[in-house]
Write a protein that binds this ligand. Structure first.
Ligand SMILES: Cc1cc2nc3c(=O)[nH]c(=O)nc-3n(C[C@H](O)[C@H](O)[C@H](O)COP(=O)(O)O)c2cc1C
Length: 399
C-alpha cells in the first residue's frame, strides 16, 4: 500500500514555470560519455533509459561554461558545436516523457586540464592545486575583477545555449568545491576585496551569476542551484552559513535548491559515503605518475565516511527550516522508506544519484510496487567506472 507521502512523490509537481510528471530527479552524476568533450550517442541512451525508467527530470552532469572551466579535457563545455547533439538528447528525453536539466559549472582551481589559459587555473585566492600538480599546474591564481565579470557572462551565455538546446531547466553548481563553491567557502576564499570576507561578499559572485543567468534564460525556464550544506571539514562552509546562502538564493528568485555537501579536492568521499574504490581508481588513471601518487598517498588523503540512508537529512532539515522555496533532498536515498521520510520532512523533490546508476528504472518499479529498495550498496565503484571508456555503470550489472 502506497503511503500518502509516496503517492505525493509519484504525482505531478511544478518546478518554476514547468510541470514534472513526478518528484523524482536524477542527480547530476558525471557520465564519462563525452569523448573529446563531445556528447555521444551513449550519453543520449543513458538519459533516455532514465527517462523511460520513470524519473520526472534527468540531469546531464558537469558541463563547463568555458574551456577554462573544465577539470579535465574530456569534459563538455557548452560551445555552439555541441548544441545539435544536445538538442537530440533533449528531444529523446522528452519523447520518453521526462524533463531534462543541464548542470553548469566551472572547476575554478580544481583542474588538471592543460589547456587552461596560461597553464594556470584560477579561483578566489592563491591555492595549491594538488589535483593538477603532477601535470605541471601546481598553483592557482586569484581571479581579477575582469576574470569575474567575464565568467559571469560565460555562465549566462552557456545557460541561454542550454535552453536553446531544449533543456527545460538549468542547474548551477554552487557546491562540491567548484568555482562558485570556492568563493562561498571561507577555506578557499581569502580575499579582502568585495568578493571575499563576510558571507555577503563571498556570495556576491554566485549571486551575480544567478542574476545574469536569469536575465538570459527568462522567467519561465526553472533555475536550480546545487548548494553545500557543509563543506565537510573544520574551516569550511558550515550549515548556518548554508542556510543564509539558501535565503539569499530564495531572495533572488531561484526556483529550487538541490542540497548536497562536500569539497571534492579536500575530502572526495564525504559527499558520497560508503566504499572507497582505490584499486579501481588506480586502474582507470591514465598517467603513470598519478597512479603511483594515488597508490602511495590515496590511503591517507581519501577518508572513509560510512554510508547510511539519508545521510544529509539532519543538515538538510536546517535549511528546510530557513526557507520556503522548493528544495530537493539528495544523499543516500535508496529505499521507498527513504523517499517517504524525505517527503514527510517537507522536501519537494527527491534527487537520486547512485540508486539510479544501479537501477535506472527504479522509479517505474517503485510506482508498480515491484521493489522496495535499490540494489545499490554504496560500493562507489561507479565513481571509478565513469573514467573507463564506456562511462559510468554499476558493477552489479544492473545499470
Ligand atoms: C559516478 C558519479 C558521478 C558524480 N558526478 C557528479 C557531478 O558531475 N556533479 C555533481 O553535482 N555531483 C556528482 N556526483 C554526486 C551525486 O550527484 C550525489 O551527490 C551523490 O552520489 C550522493 O547521492 P546518492 O546517495 O543519491 O548517490 C556524482 C556521483 C556519482 C556516483
Amino acid at each position: 500500500m502506497a503511503t500518502e507521502e509516496f503517492r505525493k512523490a509519484l504525482g505531478p509537481a511544478r518546478l518554476g514555470g514547468i510541470e514534472l510528471r513526478n518528484r523524482f530527479v536524477k542527480a547530476g552524476a558525471y557520465e564519462g560519455m563525452c569523448p573529446g568533450g563531445e556528447p555521444s550517442d551513449a550519453l543520449i541512451e543513458h538519459h533516455v533509459r532514465l527517462a523511460r525508467g520513470g524519473v520526472g527530470m534527468t540531469t546531464v552532469a558537469y558541463c563547463a561554461v568555458s574551456p577554462d572551466g573544465r577539470t579535465f579535457p574530456q569534459q563538455m563545455h557548452l560551445r555552439p558545436a555541441i548544441v545539435p547533439k544536445l538538442r537530440e538528447l533533449t528531444a529523446a528525453v522528452h519523447a520518453a516523457g521526462a524533463r531534462a536539466s543541464l548542470q553548469l559549472g566551472h572547476c575554478g582551481f580544481f583542474s588538471r586540464n592543460r589547456e587552461v589559459t596560461g597553464g594556470r587555473p584560477f579561483g578566489p585566492s592563491w591555492k595549491w592545486n594538488m589535483y593538477g600538480t603532477l601535470v605541471g599546474m601546481p598553483l592557482a591564481r586569484p581571479m581579477t575583477d575582469d576574470d569575474i565579470v567575464r565568467t559571469v557572462g560565460e555562465f549566462g551565455a552557456a545557460a541561454e545555449r542550454a535552453v536553446g538546446a531544449g533543456f527545460d531547466a538549468v542547474e548551477l553548481h554552487l557546491g562540491h568545491g567548484y568555482l562558485l563553491s570556492q568563493f562561498l567557502s571561507p577555506w578557499t576564499n581569502r580575499r579582502e576585496d568585495r568578493w571575499g570576507g563576510p558571507l555577503r561578499n563571498r556570495l556576491r559572485f554566485p549571486v551575480e551569476v544567478v542574476r545574469e543567468v536569469r536575465r538570459r534564460i527568462g522567467r519561465d525556464a526553472p533555475l536550480l542551484c546545487q548548494v553545500n550544506l557543509r563543506d565537510g571539514f573544520p574551516g569550511g562552509l558550515e550549515v548556518d552559513e548554508a542556510a543564509a546562502v539558501a535565503q539569499a538564493l530564495e531572495a533572488e528568485g531561484v526556483d529550487a535548491l538541490v542540497l548536497s555537501g562536500g569539497f571534492t579536492s579536500r575530502d572526495a568521499f564525504y559527499l558520497f559515503r560508503g566504499g572507497i574504490p582505490l584499486r579501481q581508481m588506480i586502474e582507470v588513471e591514465h598517467s603513470a605518475m598519478q597512479k603511483t601518487a594515488l597508490a602511495l598517498f590515496g590511503p591517507f588523503v581519501l577518508s572513509e565516511h560510512p554510508f547510511e540512508e539519508l545521510y544529509f537529512l539532519e543538515l538538510a532539515k536546517r535549511v528546510r527550516a530557513a526557507v520556503r522555496m522548493p528544495l530537493g533532498y539528495l544523499g543516500g536515498v535508496v529505499s521507498r522508506a527513504g523517499v517517504e521520510r524525505a517527503m514527510r520532512e517537507g522536501f519537494d523533490f527527491v534527487v537520486l544519484g547512485r540508486a539510479l546508476v544501479a537501477d535506472p528504472d527504479l522509479v517505474e518499479r517503485w510506482g508498480r510496487g515491484a521493489v522496495e529498495r535499490s540494489r545499490c550498496d554504496a560500493c562507489n565503484r561507479c565513481v571509478a567506472e565513469m573514467d573507463r571508456p564506456g562511462g559510468v555503470r554499476c558493477v552489479l550489472g544492473t545499470g
